[in-house]
Design a protein around this ligand. Structure first.
Ligand SMILES: Cc1ncc(COP(=O)(O)O)c(C=O)c1O
Length: 375
């Protein structure tokens, strides 16, 4: 498929210069079609198609496992990134000697659940950025043998710094600390393989670079840990034979030994069917080609912004997010929207997030429009 063919699958491309995947992605036509099918079947057939939704859920679990280099039993579907972070923060065993470590570049979802642990007497440590970069030496100072968990985003949401999660996961292993990652700003854009790190958990919604729907998220827990952790909430989806619930042993209920035990009850099957279609769409392209395009588009954005004299806030270790400073960023974003150019304002700048299907010309259109509005 050449780029024009790919763009024909993304109707948004015909009426917007859409460079806002770090906020919420548009949906490809086949994803929209899957949504229509689900809505029609749901309306016309009700419970008659329930088994199909369960089958689709397991097929989606397998697709995601393949996508991240994990196993299907390591995946649970939840409703958003925040829910998975809270799940980890509430089920880890803490003593009053323990500390948790996160950073001052996190989205509130990956800050508040850890901050809140102070109510249980857990020490809360924040690694501070230096000019939008999180330095390894600052993590080394913050993490010690009393660190129970380190929680970072793979790619930080506002200015786009990419943490080295392989090195951080090794640092955590050295101190026997759990390692949690929020990969919402990389999954679907960068190649992401859980086996290349010693990461213990991740949680990611699907509506950004995975080009899928809101209200469904992927929760990953390393195989070896599943039996060690008991869900904070429990329900019929936590049972080993959950579909045979009428026969469940009320004296000794048997909990499943897979990550499904964290799902608790019925899922967002609309979201599951959407995610299945999104993954099938993304799987048409090689992961390395997608990553290469995302990085080239980001580098092109940096070069184009620098050329026009804008101060780029994104560090050299980055992924798809690029941020450059402008005065009155919020107003500039509104003015751009009037020209059908869609980006976000973050950290006093314009946050640009182009996916593999965007073009270099679209980036130029944006940067020229910002210059026209600002100068
Ligand atoms: C790094 C990061 N984590 C989490 C979220 C959103 O969390 P949730 O899926 O719970 O809405 C965002 C949204 O922008 C984000 O950028």
């Amino acid at each position: 498929m050449n780029l024009d063919d790919i763009r024909a699958h993304i109707p948004t491309s015909s009426h917007y210069t859409y460079l806002n995947h770090a906020a919420c992605a548009p949906l490809p036509v086949e994803v929209q079609a899957a949504q229509k099918t689900y809505v029609e079947e749901r309306a016309l057939h009700g419970d008659v198609v329930y088994e199909q939704w369960i089958e689709k859920t397991e097929a989606t679990r397998a697709l995601i496992a393949d996508f991240i280099g994990g196993l299907p039993e390591e995946i649970a579907f939840l409703k958003n990134t925040s829910e998975g972070i809270n799940l980890v923060a509430t089920m880890l065993p803490f003593t009053e000697r323990d500390n948790v470590v996160t950073t001052d570049l996190e989205f509130p979802s990956n800050f508040l659940p850890w901050y809140d642990l102070q109510r249980k007497g857990v020490e809360f440590r924040v690694v501070k950025n230096r000019n939008h970069v999180l330095e390894l030496e600052d993590f080394e100072k913050a993490i010690d043998d009393n660190t129970r968990c380190v929680a970072v985003s793979h790619v930080e949401f506002a200015t786009g710094f990419k943490n080295n999660i392989r090195v951080l996961s090794e640092l955590c292993s050295d101190h026997h600390a759990y390692f949690f990652v929020d990969p919402i700003q990389s999954l679907g854009a960068l190649s992401f393989d859980v086996r290349e790190t010693t990461m213990d958990f991740f949680s990611s919604a699907c509506y950004k670079w995975l080009m899928s729907e809101l209200g469904i998220s992927i929760f990953y827990i390393k195989r070896e840990l599943i039996d060690q952790f008991h869900p904070s909430y429990i329900g019929w989806f936590s049972l080993k034979d959950y579909l045979d619930y009428e026969k469940f042993d009320r004296e000794h209920p048997e909990i499943t030994t897979t990550a499904r035990k964290f799902e608790c009850g019925n899922l967002n099957f609309y979201g599951v069917c959407t995610l299945y279609a999104s993954l099938q769409f993304l799987n048409k392209f090689s992961r390395t080609w997608v990553e290469d395009r995302v990085l080239k588009l980001a580098d092109h954005t940096i070069d184009a912004a620098c050329e026009k004299g804008f101060e780029v806030q994104t560090p050299s270790d980055h992924a798809g997010i690029v941020n450059f400073k402008v005065k009155n960023a919020g107003k500039v974003v509104e003015a751009l929207k009037e020209r059908n150019i869609i980006v976000s304002s973050r950290a006093g700048g314009i946050r640009v997030s182009a996916h593999f299907w965007n073009t270099f010309e679209e980036v130029d259109t944006l940067v020229e429009a910002v210059e026209d509005i600002c100068c």
